[in-house]
Write a protein that binds this ligand. Structure first.
Ligand code: HEM
Length: 175
């Protein structure tokens, strides 16, 4: 919030959730509580979205650089959409190989190894463990995405693992 205020004063701010809010503040006025909420929302979105997106994009670029065959196959799928335009979200169902790459990037190099902290709102049992209300639980994402039963040779980058024997995308997702 302070950073956006400073950039606005300097005239170097790019439009964002916070600058829109600050413009409203100048025209219609806002409460301190509202300002705190917008600051919290901006903090959450920035924290949740920046490292994860940069990490996934970096992993994608790395895997494409070291797997030329896979990169070529993906490129030909993009070229099929039309050389004069980039794909958009409406093309997604017709681009299964890219979908499989997307899943494999997030599986092989999940940007978060452990999930966020979750807190039990009531007691529970799991595999013989009693967990009282208030227990902090973390999902071991790394273990799930590298489970050999679901993903044989889990350290290999293989988008093909997401296709069934008919060549259709299977139900295994990296989510
Ligand atoms: C490749 C990109 C991303 C990955 C891999 C990713 C991954 C995750 C994971 C694993 C969690 C924890 C889930 C849990 O423990 O229950 C999470 C939570 C969250 N993510 Fe992302 N995320 C990505 C992008 C984004 C973006 C772009 C936004 C917002 C613009 C975002 C907003 C959030 C928020 C707000 C939470 C917390 C949800 C809650 O409180 O339950 N994430 N994300």
């Amino acid at each position: 919030m302070n950073w956006a205020k400073m950039r606005k004063r300097e005239g170097t701010a790019v439009p964002s959730l916070v600058t829109h809010f600050l413009e409203k503040k100048n025209t219609i006025g806002v409460s301190q509580a509202e300002e705190r909420v917008i600051g919290d929302v901006a903090y959450t979105v920035n924290g949740a979205a920046s490292d994860t997106t940069i990490s996934a994009t970096g992993s994608f670029l790395y895997f494409m650089a070291v797997n030329h065959g896979i990169q070529k196959k993906a490129q030909s799928e993009i070229d099929r959409v039309g050389r004069n335009r980039l794909p958009d979200f409406s093309d997604r169902p017709t681009m299964p190989y890219l979908e499989a790459i997307y899943r494999e990037v997030l599986r092989c190099r999940q940007p978060l190894d452990m999930s966020l902290l979750h807190c039990l709102t009531e007691f529970d049992h799991y595999k013989g463990y009693f967990m009282p209300k208030g227990t902090i639980v973390l999902g071991n994402i790394w273990a799930m995405t590298h489970d050999e039963k679901s993903y044989p040779k889990p350290f290999a980058f293989k988008p093909e693992r997401f296709f069934d024997k008919h060549g259709d995308l299977n139900g295994l997702t990296s989510r």
